[in-house]
Design a protein around this ligand. Structure first.
Ligand code: ADP
Ligand code: MG
Length: 391
């Protein structure tokens, strides 16, 4: 395919959330027009795109309009119905492909893909069992307990997950999850959580960002630090190689994020992946020569993919709606003026009108010359915001 040159093409995105908004910003910076398809009249991405198609993801009229008005289309969230991508693919360039997104949408299929890739990378998923019926439930290997029961589909930010210790608890938890298809994973002793972002072009070229170290609180990403200071170089190389290989094996086109666990015994385990830019890659907007969103735009448009260079140590703090509420009530905006007085702080808010506890409102990037300096400023910022400073 010939590249869609900047300034002369229109790019579309399925989904109007913050990832779509940052995609649109990156695309517009390169001179592309943007169209967002989202069912909500008001959305973070819809507010900044040149055009908003207000339609359901399965509405054939809306999809046809998107295809008519765009030269190429991507998605900003993985639970977009695969059939929507298939429908669009019949009319326009679509990346990533519906088949690759479908793998990411189902934990059981995703783990099978990881297991196949492990033959080459040596990085396996957690020991697990697929549970779709009573026979599989009864056949679960007790060695998988204690474990985490996860719904195969639609889980995110720790939702659709239950920790179980006994066979009886497992049966009860599966009932509680309405007996939908699930995966039971052995509970692993995590030393750290890591992720690697790769971008792959239609020509098979793959580039990657450095390993990101992630801290979750209550199942939601709270802090990302790059470089991952505590992680030995050989573990980082293994993670990068495994991530690149997973993308290759999917013939993936676009930006893909792969999450890993680094275990107490030093082993690396591959957890899950997202077929799009990722919260843990937001630091790239200020700490790298090219952001994950620009790479998403470039991959979609068929432009060259430069290997990203990290030019600053970076910490990212996720900003949830909880910050708008204090003991005195709320919502009131946090003291951004005090935060922005700190050196190397870059605030990104997603334009969501209403703050709600747990809602992703924005993120704060902190860049510095050294990881220690970035870390120290990040803790100062966290203290001002009333976030935990233990990271
Ligand atoms: P989600 O789609 O909600 O991000 P994950 O599979 O990434 O689902 O699980 C969310 C979090 O739960 C992980 O980031 C990790 O902290 C914890 N977790 C998940 N699986 C395991 C496991 N097998 N062992 C230990 N902790 C786990
Ligand atoms: Mg996860």
């Amino acid at each position: 395919m010939a590249a869609l040159l900047p300034g002369a093409a229109t790019l579309g995105v399925l989904g109007g959330g913050q990832l779509g908004r940052m995609f649109v910003h990156a695309a517009q910076a390169l001179g592309y027009r943007c169209v967002v398809l989202d069912p909500d009249a008001i959305s973070p991405a819809g507010a900044v795109a040149e055009q908003h198609v207000k339609a359901d993801y399965l509405d054939p009229v809306g999809l046809a309009q998107l295809a008519r008005d765009c030269d190429a289309i991507t998605t900003e969230f993985e639970n977009v119905p695969a059939v929507a991508l298939q429908t669009l693919a019949g009319m326009r360039v679509v990346a990533p492909a519906a088949a690759a997104v479908a793998v990411c949408q189902d934990r059981a299929v995703e783990k099978a893909h990881f297991e196949a890739a492990a033959a080459q990378s040596g990085v396996h998923p957690a020991p697990h069992a697929v549970i779709t019926n009573d026979i599989e439930l009864a056949a679960v290997d007790p060695a998988l307990l204690p474990g985490i029961l996860k719904t195969s589909r639609m889980g995110y930010d720790g939702k659709g997950q239950v920790r179980v210790s006994t066979a009886a608890e497992l049966a009860q938890a599966w009932d509680g999850l309405k007996r939908v298809p699930c995966v039971l994973e052995q509970l692993l002793p995590l030393r750290a959580e890591l992720s690697v972002l790769v971008a792959r072009g239609a020509d098979g070229q793959v580039v990657n960002f450095p390993v990101q170290q992630n801290l979750h609180r209550a199942g939601i990403l709270a802090v990302t630090e790059v470089p991952a200071r505590a992680v030995p170089a050989e573990v980082q190389q293994q993670a990068v190689a495994a991530a690149r290989q997973v993308a290759d094996a999917l013939a993936y086109v676009g930006v893909l994020c792969i999450e890993f666990f680094w275990l107490d015994d030093g082993r690396l385990v591959v957890n899950e992946m997202a077929p799009r830019p990722h919260n843990s890659g937001h630091w790239t907007m200020n700490g790298a020569s090219v952001s994950q969103f620009e790479l998403q735009v470039r991959a979609l448009a068929g432009l060259p993919l430069p290997q990203p260079r990290q030019h600053s140590a970076a910490v990212m703090l996720n900003l949830l709606g909880d910050l708008w509420f204090s003991d005195q009530g709320g919502p009131t905006p946090p003291a951004w003026d005090r935060v922005l007085a700190l050196p190397g702080t870059h605030l990104h808010l997603y334009g969501k009108a209403e703050a709600r506890p747990g809602r992703k409102m924005g993120h704060l990037n902190i860049t510095a010359e050294t990881p220690e300096a970035a870390h120290a400023v990040a803790r100062q910022a966290a203290a001002i915001l009333g976030l935990p400073t233990s990271f």
